[in-house]
Ligand binder design. Structure first.
Ligand code: ZN
Length: 396
């Protein structure tokens, strides 16, 4: 005879098989750190409010997606639903999947909330955003969580020129929520061969205004903050403060050293790009994790050998490639995915149509990021390159 258990019996069996904890205990374990909080309610319940930082996997999709979302089976997982029933079943299922340390919260979210413990309405994409970022949502490496991270992110672009143009266009399209742009130039007809943020109608207009118009048309979600100033020792720390990543499209050594030292001080990663004739380079300077600009180029070359100090030619498409690589690296840093160009210099040759990787090592003697580096002093290096004119931070 087959005995079919009743729901009541199944629940009793699940509850007997798992560790159940009171909300007060759950709170203690979460505050102790290291616990993964798992919400197994339906999306509409989750959207009304959830425990801060909870991973949300509705009970119905638990078996199929938990291993992707919580890959470490030795994690301490605190599971809750609305009242403690679904979470008990979920905990039992997870134990069967090999999770060694799971607990179900008695009384669930309702009791947690009634007892006055911390919760918040989680951020969610609205239907328009869901549609706009559909192709990101289809990538598990981005998904809704990643897209919300991008929308929350702040990226500062140094220059609205050759490199800044494609980087800004793609970062705006990708939904990076705040884009700061610093440039003190006006649009000139000679820029339009490569600086695709601007157009013929905008000749004579400030580049930051032209950039803002273009980017807002691409994506109204993006807040474009403009700085029509020269980046200098007097203002750089204030300007870069609060940004998550700096995209460096500057074309002169003084500004690059200035940016390097300020970013080390503020611990902001810099995605570096440079172009010359038919060749481009890109790398990532991640403060105190990888090499910095001074580790790579300790001394600026003499003015006559520094290509960017002279009016150098550049193939118009080239910054499109290097600036796009900078945009990719920026998004990877923001999402914490993939291997960035930290410790590697990627060199592109348009005539050979080749990419090469060169290792860049952290210099143990680096005066800016080495162990014996003194206090970082933010100073101008105007005489390194341009004897009289002070270069605006714009790209080729
Ligand atoms: Zn260094």
């Amino acid at each position: 005879m087959i005995v079919v258990p009743t729901f009541r019996e199944m629940l009793a069996a699940a509850k007997a098989a798992v560790r159940e904890i009171e909300p007060v205990e759950a709170e203690r374990e979460i505050e102790a750190g290291g616990a993964v909080v798992l919400d197994v309610r339906e999306p509409d319940e989750y959207e009304q409010g959830a425990l801060p930082g909870a991973v949300h996997i509705p009970r119905g999709t638990l078996e199929t997606s938990v291993e992707g979302r919580i890959p470490d089976k030795s994690s301490h997982v605190v599971i809750y639903c609305a009242g403690g029933t679904r979470s008990a079943f979920a905990a039992k299922t997870m134990q069967e999947l090999g999770y060694a340390d799971v607990a179900s919260v008695i009384g669930g979210f309702n009791r947690w909330k009634d007892e006055g413990r911390a919760w918040a309405a989680p951020q969610a994409l609205d239907p328009e955003q869901r549609n706009r970022y559909q192709r990101h949502l289809l990538l598990p490496e981005v998904g809704e969580v990643g897209q919300l991270k991008l929308l929350d992110a702040k990226v500062l672009l140094l220059g609205a020129g050759g490199l800044g143009s494609p980087a800004a266009l793609y970062l705006a399209a990708a939904g990076v929520g705040t884009l700061g742009i610093i440039d003190m130039d006006v649009v000139d007809a000679s820029n339009l061969q490569r600086q695709i943020l601007h157009n013929t109608d905008r000749i004579g207009e400030r580049k930051v205004d032209s950039a803002k118009k273009t980017l807002t048309l691409i994506n109204p979600d993006v807040n474009v903050v403009t700085y029509d100033v020269r980046l200098g020792a007097d203002n750089i720390l204030d300007i870069i403060d609060g940004y998550d990543v700096i995209v460096d499209g500057t074309d002169n050594f003084p500004t690059r050293y200035l940016v390097n030292d300020a970013s080390l001080l503020k611990r902001i990663p810099v995605v570096h790009g440079s172009i010359f004739r038919f060749e481009g380079q890109a790398t990532v300077f991640n403060p105190f994790e990888g090499p910095c600009y001074r580790c790579m180029i300790p001394e600026p070359p003499p003015a006559e050998l520094a290509p960017s100090c002279a009016e150098a030619g550049v193939l118009g498409v080239l910054p499109g490639i290097v600036g796009s690589i900078q945009a990719v690296e920026t998004i990877k840093i923001l999402l914490g995915i993939g291997d960035t160009l930290q410790g590697r210099l990627l060199a592109y040759d348009a005539l050979e149509q080749s990419f090469r990787n060169f290792k860049v090592h952290r210099d143990p003697q680096c005066p800016a990021c080495g162990p014996d580096a003194g206090e970082i002093v933010i100073a101008e290096y105007d005489d390194l390159c341009m004897p009289h004119a002070v270069a605006p931070p714009t790209a080729g």
